[in-house]
Write a protein that binds this ligand. Sequence first.
Ligand SMILES: [Ca+2]
Length: 400
Amino acid sequence: MSLSLKMSLFAATATLVAAPAFAQDADFLACLQNIKTEAVRQSVPAQVVDRAFQGLMPDPKVVELDSRQPEFSLTYAKYIGNSISPERISKGQQMMARHRTLLGELSRDYGVSPQYLIAFWGLETNYGTYMGDFQVVRSVATLACATKRAAFFTNETVQALRILAMNHMTSQQMKGSWAGAMGNMQFMPSTFTKWAVDRDGDGKVDIWSSAPDALTSAANFLRGIGFKNGLPSSDEVVLPKGFPLEQADTTIEKPVRAWAAMGVKRAGGGALPASDEPSAIVLPAGWRGPAFILYPNFKAVMNWNRSTLYALAVGILARQITGGPAVMQAPPADDEPLARETVIDIQTRLARLGFYTDEADGLLGPKTRSAVRLFQKQAGLPADGHATPDVVRRLQQAVR
Ligand SMILES: [Ca+2]
């Protein structure tokens, strides 16, 4: 699911790069034959595979979408603005009310807070309103046989075939995103075969049209990836004056009490929970924007989708669904998404300063942030690791 979501968010600002040539029919058929061998080894009846693969051709749309590269990094402001809307919050509240009994049972049986299940549902498919119309077997077989991620998608295709076998459905009925994410919660086939549950007792696991099956499957998955009722995934906080900004990083963990002792408070002024759980502070829009403390459940949310902005959005939506406040601190208005080529440019300059040793890949990851911090320190700027247009300009002037 992480894959499809990130891709779909990027799609709006993506450029088309040259699509790889299609595999020759013979290559595609040989690839399908390999997948069939593995599926049969995993107890999928051969006739189920044959029916799914009969006349199957690679999907050129899937190959094209897979070849797109994000042109810009996403900013916190843009991501959260796209993810959280008054409509999404109020529809989430309606869903909480509509499924109250089931959600209460799931909270008791699986230890996952209802508002998180509803928040994932809202972010993945807007509560089931867009689940994708691609044929999943065709999508994942195309990705297995015509892209560089063969091993991952070979397994996904095998798992998709197992779903056909266990659910007695046709591959035409099994719909999803172009990258194979399915149903209300956008489960990849391998997530489905490992975690999906038949809750309504009709003998089929239907994550497309049964809300009980979809929500229970999400609860089972979320528990499986480490979510526990207790502290939320994150809280907005206010940092005291003089807070050492280089400590605001996902890699620096302290007990919640230790941050409180440094003067970190909840946004709005309340005290942090009296807890010894490990936690980290992040500044997703830099030191001028909101600060968040990340509790252990944040890591569980990241196991669903490995994007910090996605995980922050889950926590923000979950809070507002239960009537909690919106994020109080506005992000700076002059923050801008950086073009991939700009990120490559600053990585190259940071490397010349000896601050960055990785490949210049155009992605704003932890190593780039850490290199930006070193430059900011040297330049006497607040060391938040956030590459604003101003930081980029100063770096370009400093390193020619
Ligand atoms: Ca069912």
